[in-house]
Design a protein around this ligand. Sequence first.
Ligand code: SAM
Length: 272
Amino acid sequence: HTSSHSGQGRPRAVAGGGGHIARKRFGQNFLVDQGVIAEIVRAIAPKPGEALVEIGPGLGALTDPVVERCEKLTVVELDRDLAARLRLRPELDVIESDVLKVDFAQLARERGVKLRMIGNLPYNISSPILFHLLPCADVVVDQHFMLQKEVVDRMVATPGHKDYSRLSVMLQWRYDMECVVDVPPGSFDPPPKVNSAVVRMTPLAEVPDVDPKVLEAMVAVAFSQRRKILRHTLGAWITQQGITTDFDLQRRAEEVPVAEYLALAAQVRKPA
Ligand code: SAM
C-alpha cells in the first residue's frame, strides 16, 4: 500500500527534508535531534581511510557527519528519490538497492578491506538485515545499528533474563554486543511508536565450528516453549539427531548459556 505518512491527516514534509514525505513502507523515521546524532557519531568514531557502509542513509542525518570524518562512504538506499539526491554527492558511493540483495562479502573482496557497517535501520526488516549480515561477520570490523530498543534488549540479554531468546543465542554466537545509546521517539521525524537504541556489534575472533542451520533449528525448538523443561522440546530433537550427550535437559531454554547451545550444535554432523 502506498500510504506515505504515519500521522493523522494530510501528509506532511519531514523537517529539513527539502519536501520529502516519509514513506512508511520503507520504515522511514528520520533522525532530527542534533545532540543524539552527535552522540551516535561519537560512538561510531569514523576515521579517515576506513571503509564505512551505511544502510538506509535517507536524508543524510548520519551520512553528513560521518563522511566528514572518513572522507568516502558507501551508502545503500532503496528509496529511488532519496538515492537520486545522494548520487549528486561525489564523496558518496551510492548503491540503489534492497540491502537484503547486497552481497557484502563480495563488496569487501572488491575493496580489499574489512567493512564498518552503520545505519538507522528500517525497523520492519531489522531482523532479516541482521541475519543477512551474519555470514559476513568475518569481513566486518564492527556494526553500529539503531534498532527498536526491545530488539536490542533481546540481542544483548544473558541467560536467566526474560529477554534471553533465539535472537540472543543466534547473534551472541558471532558477536560481542553492547547497547551504546538510548534514543527516545522524539528524536525522529516522524516519531516511531517505540523506543530505540544503538547497538555496537563486534565480530568475535574465535568462532566455534557450528553449522548455522543446525544451530538455528536447535534454538527454534528449544525456545518454542521457553517456560517448559527442555526434555519435552529439545529432548526429542536430540533423539532425532541420533547424538548422545550429557546436556542437562532438566533446565528451561532461558537458563542455558550460549556456549552450551554451541557445544550441542557442534555435535551434530553437518549434512553432506
Ligand atoms: N539514516 C536516516 C536517518 O537516520 O535519518 C534514515 C533512517 S530510516 C529509519 C531507514 C532508511 O532505510 C530510509 O532511508 C529507507 O528508505 C531505507 N530503507 C528502507 N528499506 C530499505 C531496504 N530494504 N534497503 C535499503 N534501504 C532501505
